[in-house]
Design a protein around this ligand. Structure first.
Ligand code: C2E
Ligand code: CA
Ligand code: CA
Length: 406
């Protein structure tokens, strides 16, 4: 036996007649046949043995056990002296971990289907233990939800094309002047079968499946053009901003910065009119990559806004390294501010912190006049919440932008 360090696999030689794999036994590795022939046979539930084929060089045997760790579904015997390349469970896991998520998902789904078909045709060896049954059920349920997620994302892409996915914009009000200072773009999906699906449901799935960047780019482009159209109607340029939500993984995309700056300039906006909304997760997860992207954007004049502030991670050290322009106080603090002293204390501390660091504060989720007025009196420059306005379609924005809020 010699080892092949580069692939993490080993070579194995077996003599003619050796049973390499025994049906029903647990399996933890697969083989690629390099030399020789093997015979695959199946013991049916009634005890009859049936030869179902032979395999020669360049083919793989025993691969299923690597994917779901289930028992061997057939027996394999060497018809000649053979040489195999062994792929161990850990080698496979290492490779699949680095694989594209779609490939990973497909591998699981194809396997689950294959096992399902075998079971239906009565070819499947009964799992020998309860644990094995549970393991298989887990794989099935995983595959199903993974399939559902993939389907959902396909429908989301269709929805982008058909207009079932669209943006609403929520006014953000300057508490001193009572005027709208800008809008936050919030995604909506009117699904053809399921009806309205909330972004808190489909955004995480889009993040998980890698579809998010497409959505982010689309939202940015839409928002930038919306603002350009609105400014034209208002006859006033360069004052309002639009705030667009981004996911952590967006910052990993090589063209993220160039894409962002070119969309702004194509729409004819000034860079400070775009607020890039990120969460603490972005700063914690990929600090260096995010820092580079944010710095370039910031140098280009784009405004950086830290969303859901106070809900995520308690480390504040990143505020020193990232040049954040705006802190958005999370709605949970605002809705508790009169009922819970510590929520009020936190709001006051966040405002003080922001002022010391020359950041602007936006409080989210003010639903009552009391909340809005208190936030203004505490020194919040801007407030966003149902009290002022709910997220609305583009055709209502002109009226909102011309309104005086009290
Ligand atoms: P978020 O970024 O914190 O957005 C604010 C959410 O609070 C929005 O929910 C908004 O409708 C809601 N909201 C604003 N004022 C009030 C209020 O006074 N009371 C209450 N109860 N809610 C208020 P929405 O639109 O359901 O979005 C939920 C989350 O989904 C967003 O939270 C954001 O994390 C994510 N999301 C929405 N659109 C996008 C998008 O285009 N891209 C990304 N990456 N995420 C998005
Ligand atoms: Ca946001
Ligand atoms: Ca928020």
């Amino acid at each position: 036996m010699s080892s092949d360090q580069s692939s993490g696999s080993n070579r194995k030689e077996v003599r003619k007649g050796t049973v390499v794999i025994k049906q029903g036994e647990p399996g933890d590795c697969a083989y690629i046949i390099e030399k020789g022939q093997v015979e695959i046979s199946l013991t049916k539930p009634n005890g009859n043995v049936e030869v179902i084929g032979t395999r020669g060089p360049g083919t793989m045997i025993g691969e299923m056990a690597l994917i779901d760790k289930g028992p061997r579904t057939a027996s394999i015997r060497a018809l000649e002296d053979c040489e195999f390349l062994t792929i161990t469970e850990s080698d496979f896991e290492r490779r699949i971990d680095g694989a594209d998520p779609i490939i990973r998902m497909m591998t699981q789904v194809v396997l689950a289907r294959y096992r399902d078909a075998m079971q239906r045709f009565g070819l499947f060896v009964k799992p020998s233990s309860q644990q094995e049954i549970e393991d298989q059920e887990l794989i099935f349920s995983k595959a199903n939800t993974e399939m559902e997620k993939l389907k959902l994302m396909e429908e989301l892409r269709d929805g982008l094309k058909s207009g079932d996915v669209f943006l609403h914009y929520q006014p953000i009000v300057d508490t001193q002047s009572g005027q709208v200072a800008g809008f936050e773009a919030l995604m909506r999906w009117n699904h053809f079968e399921r009806g309205f699906i909330y972004p808190s449901l489909f955004i995480p799935v889009a993040e998980e499946t890698g579809a998010i960047y497409e959505l982010s780019k689309w939202a940015l482009e839409e928002s930038a053009h919306m603002l350009a159209r609105l400014e034209k109607e208002l006859g006033d340029h360069g004052k309002l901003f639009v705030s667009v939500n981004f996911a952590s993984s967006d910052f990993m995309e090589p063209d993220f910065v160039s894409m962002t700056t070119s969309i702004i300039s194509e729409a004819g906006l000034q860079p400070h009119q775009l607020h890039v909304e990120i969460t603490e997760r972005t700063l914690i997860g990929e600090p260096e990559r995010a820092q580079d992207a944010l710095e370039v954007l910031k140098d280009a004049g784009v405004h950086i806004s830290l969303d859901d502030f106070g809900t995520g991670y308690s480390s504040l050290s990143y505020l020193r390294h990232f040049k954040i322009d705006t802190l958005k106080i999370d709605r949970s603090f605002v809705s508790d501010m009169f009922a819970d002293e510590s929520a009020m204390a936190l709001i006051k501390s966040i405002i003080a912190l922001a002022k010391n660091m020359k950041m602007v504060i936006i409080a989210e989720g003010a639903e009552t006049a009391e909340e809005a007025m208190m936030l203004r009196d505490l020194g919040c420059e801007m407030v966003q919440g149902y009290y002022y306005a709910r997220p609305m379609p583009e055709d209502e924005l002109l009226a909102a932008a011309q309104k005086h809020y009290i």
